[in-house]
Ligand binder design. Structure first.
Ligand code: AGP
Length: 602
């Protein structure tokens, strides 16, 4: 989500930090900052927008000779992209950078303010530096103060802290967000991933959760809950392009695998005990609203369509979905009791943005669900919920879809609760299922291997039908879109019950049917629909927890207790199937022909 770089040594620190942050800019680019202590003197610079603005600001600054330094490129989660909210955050004599989300920051902030701390930013991160200085003022021992600080933090963090109280030391800690330490003779590097330190450090140590420590000239110390530890260093890879993809062949592949962890980022701080919380929404946001209209394009439209089942089922609110490019010219009837939701990964899709402007002109309240803070759609909306998927590089959207689906599921529950339409028991079932989602998104070696083997049988034919019912119908649409985008094979998503009203005429052995057959939702109905296709000799790939004897190929999923868990598991399967078919066909998986990541034209 954000990128961190740190350096301790004699080289020009500014250049190491800026070059490192450049490599991490894909993790966030709404602001950036650096802090350097050299000859006991602290310097810091921050700039909003892309890194080039920070480069410009630091043009006349140089920092040769031994010193310590930290840098950060931000992707806003708490607080707008302003200079005050940019990292490093300052206490009275210390600076901190942080990637992750401190879940208990509000309670900590209140406590610190009562003790007299003055907060300059709206971020959760600033609590870390004030907490550190509070403990330091009583113990006068910087490392002891740092230990006490991280003991108080709940949530995810990778953090570096420097202080004038220990001007030759960088303190570090990691839990839930990535961080590594690079070594080269006396030089020590920190970074969120390999790429900033490739070509600089020769050895690396990837920090584990709940490890922390300090680095100073000639000494790097590592600890965990059991006490002091030794480093198991590895040789650092030398291929930068490979390192950016974390060893995966394509960004899309990396992003599919990442879904299990980014979905936790989407949920963090939003599911507390028995409630769903959205800090982004005022408590009266839904007052006076009696219907929802959602507008989006492509994958985001599919997420919207899936959510319409959930909004009506849980919150008992009418929910209509429209493709943005159609909505714009249909002269829609709009009324101001309808909440207008737009969904967009990029926040820049022209049709979605124009649909939003139209709805606003008609006086509708608006909410956007988006992955890019400060994007045009976010700025245009009355409120925005960020999906926190991190930057998605593959043109074919994967983790953006997963995180949109999660936000919408949470929002439907949030609204159901507000409208008192859901029992406590049902709410607990949903929340429990949400917490189990990261597991449903794990890609096992066995699954990927099976899909790889199976893909060789699906490189020809006269078309694919992905079929499903209920929320699995939008998932079928999304599965077909993924396959079309990167394999260039013709694929359609269809409601399973609708096949007999026409498309079944296409059925023969060269028609490939990918059947989404969840056990928790209408299993018998979809089974009959698939049997009808099998009777016409269609080739069936069944995805289901239940063995299905008529299937030509079969992927067995877990016996889940909740439809959304089956939804996410089947989503991953369709994504990997598309990926493997595309690879076998020799296509450019990340940059498929004729497509762009952000469609800013009508
Ligand atoms: C997804 O794989 C596609 N590349 C495309 O359909 C995309 O979802 C669509 O263009 C909408 O983009 P947005 O989410 O950025 O608005």
């Amino acid at each position: 989500m954000c990128g961190i770089v740190g350096y301790l040594g004699k080289k020009e620190k500014k250049e190491i930090l800026l070059d490192g942050l450049q490599e991490l800019e894909y993790r966030g680019y709404d602001s950036a900052g650096i802090a350097v202590i050299k000859d006991r003197k602290l310097n810091h610079f921050k700039a909003i927008g892309k890194l080039k603005n920070l480069r410009e600001k630091t043009r006349d600054f140089s920092s040769e000779g031994f010193g310590i330094s930290i840098g950060h490129t931000r992707w806003a989660t708490h607080g707008k992209p302003t200079e005050l909210n940019a990292h490093p955050h300052l206490g009275q004599y210390s600076y901190v950078v942080h990637n992750g989300i401190i879940e208990n920051y509000q309670a900590l902030k209140k406590e610190l303010q009562e003790d007299g701390a003055v907060f300059l930013s709206q971020t959760d991160t600033e609590t870390i530096v004030h907490l550190f200085e509070k403990y330091h003022q009583t113990s006068n021992d910087p490392f002891d103060a740092f230990q006490k600080t991280i003991e108080r933090l709940e949530g995810a963090y990778a953090t570096l802290l420097i202080t004038e109280a220990a001007p030759d030391t960088i303190f570090f800690a990691k839990n839930g967000s990535p961080m590594l330490i690079g070594f080269e003779e006396e030089d020590v590097y920190f970074a969120s991933s390999d790429t900033p330190i490739i070509g600089k450090a020769t050895e690396v140590y990837y920090l584990e959760d709940r490890e922390y420590g300090y680095a100073k000239k000639g000494e790097v110390a590592l600890f965990d809950a059991q006490g002091s530890k030794s480093f198991q260093k590895q040789t650092l890879p030398t291929d930068k392009a490979m390192a950016q993809k974390d060893g995966y062949r394509f960004f899309m592949e990396k992003e599919i695998y990442e879904q299990s962890s980014v979905i936790s980022d989407t949920m963090i701080g939003r599911i507390n005990d028995e409630q769903i919380h959205f800090d982004e929404l005022e408590s009266d946001f839904f007052d006076g609203i009696d219907a929802i209209k959602i507008c989006a394009c492509g994958t985001s439209y599919h997420a919207a369509l899936a959510s319409s089942y959930l909004f009506e089922r849980f919150a008992k609110v009418r929910c209509d979905i429209e493709i943005a490019s159609e909505f714009r010219y249909k002269e829609p009837l709009l009324d101001d009791k309808t909440l207008f939701i737009t969904i967009s990964q990029s926040g820049e899709t022209a049709d979605t943005l124009e649909a939003l402007k139209m709805a606003k002109r008609a006086g509708l309240k608006s909410l956007s669900i988006c992955n890019v803070d400060n994007s045009s759609i976010v700025r245009e909306s009355d409120a925005a919920i960020l999906t926190r998927a991190g930057i998605e590089k593959g043109v074919a959207s994967t983790k953006a879809f997963a995180t949109q689906a999660m936000v919408l599921w949470m929002l439907s529950l949030y609204l159901a609760d507000k409208r008192q339409m859901i029992s406590r028991e049902q709410k607990m079932i949903e929340i429990d299922a949400m917490r189990r989602t990261p597991k449903a998104l794990i890609v096992t070696e066995a699954l990927h291997g099976k899909l790889h083997r199976l893909s060789k049988r699906y490189l020809h034919g006269h078309g694919f039908f992905f079929i499903g019912r209920d929320i699995f119908y939008p998932l079928a649409l999304e599965g077909a879109l993924k396959l079309k985008e990167i394999s260039y094979l013709h694929a359609e998503g269809y409601p399973a019950g609708e096949m007999k009203h026409g498309p079944i005429a296409l059925a023969d052995s060269e028609l490939f049917t990918i059947a989404l057959m969840p056990k928790t939702l209408h299993y018998d109905k979809i089974k009959s629909n698939v049997e009808e296709l099998s009777a016409r000799d269609a080739t069936i790939l069944a995805i289901s927890p239940e063995p299905f004897e008529l299937a030509d190929d079969f992927i067995q999923t877990l016996q889940s207790t909740h439809p959304m868990l089956e939804f996410f598991e089947m989503m991953v399967i369709t994504q990997i199937l598309a990926l493997e078919i595309s690879i076998r066909l020799g296509n450019d998986v990340d940059m498929p022909r004729n497509l762009a990541k952000s469609v800013t034209v009508e």
